[in-house]
Design a protein around this ligand. Structure first.
Ligand SMILES: [Zn+2]
Length: 255
């Protein structure tokens, strides 16, 4: 049930016929895991908190550095030297004190993630991490736990958004990328235009809210590529790889 205060706070969202009171209640009762409180996690988490997602679990093991502040807008100058999860929680609770923000100040390893997916029933996992080991570990947790995965990256002037594991027939992250064909580059070496990463985090938040509200148009996995120089978005379907080691053994138990 939504309180009178919540009906006012989320009125611009509830007025959407696709959301309505029922959708807002679903959003309130949902639980989203966000792995990484960097540039992607900053904008994704702030929008999800503002939109009224009732439970957020945020995971990061870093501390805030001055060079983060150009794009990791959840952190402020006063947060330099603090744990990113603590700095992020303060901002999120400032935006919305009525939601639960669960902080995990640990590296998101395979073991750590399977512990978390066992303890909580996440509705969506957001991959806002910055390295491939973590991305593959998150994908495995998503496949095994049968939890939709919303992944994004941003380097230079470009970003990518990808949705995986919406059903057993959907491709997983490993169907698209293996150790042999990883995309190159990271922000530290190649730089990043600040709002490009925020854009990708916003797209992740939008897709997560759609999944919770049952508004995803298709259960097929896809990749959306954004080029800020040409101001273009291009979308590609991602087919399931029948030989993928991560998802071929986990396809029987969910629709
Ligand atoms: Zn796969």
């Amino acid at each position: 049930m939504l309180s009178q205060k919540e009906l006012i706070q989320y009125s611009r969202q509830i007025i959407l016929p696709e959301i309505d009171v029922e959708g807002q209640e679903k959003i309130k009762s949902s639980h989203i895991a966000i792995i990484g409180m960097g540039g992607l996690g900053s904008s994704a988490a702030m929008y999800l908190a503002a939109a009224g997602v009732g439970n957020l679990t945020i995971i990061d093991h870093d501390v805030v550095e001055r060079s983060n502040l150009q794009r990791q807008i959840i952190h402020q100058v006063s947060g330099i030297g603090r744990q990113k999860v603590e700095s992020a929680k303060e901002t999120l609770q400032g935006i919305n004190p009525d939601i639960n923000v669960n902080v995990i100040n640990k590296k998101a390893t395979q073991e750590q993630l399977s512990e978390l997916t066992g303890e909580f029933s996440f509705d969506v996992i957001l991959d806002c991490s910055d390295n491939f080991d973590t991305r593959f570990a998150i994908n495995r947790a998503s496949v095994i736990g049968q939890i939709p995965l919303v992944s994004a990256t941003a380097v230079g002037f470009k970003g990518q958004l990808a949705i995986f594991n919406l059903s057993s027939k959907s491709a997983c992250y490993h169907c698209l990328y293996s150790a042999m064909n990883l995309p190159e580059g990271n922000c530290e070496e190649q730089g990043i235009l600040s709002p490009v990463v925020g854009t990708m985090g916003c797209l992740q938040a939008t897709e997560a809210l759609k999944i919770i509200s049952g508004l995803t148009a298709s259960k097929e996995s896809f990749l959306l590529a954004y080029d800020s120089i040409s101001t273009q978005f291009k979308s590609f379907n991602v087919p399931k790889d029948p030989s993928c080691v991560d998802c071929k053994t986990n396809t029987t138990s969910y629709a």
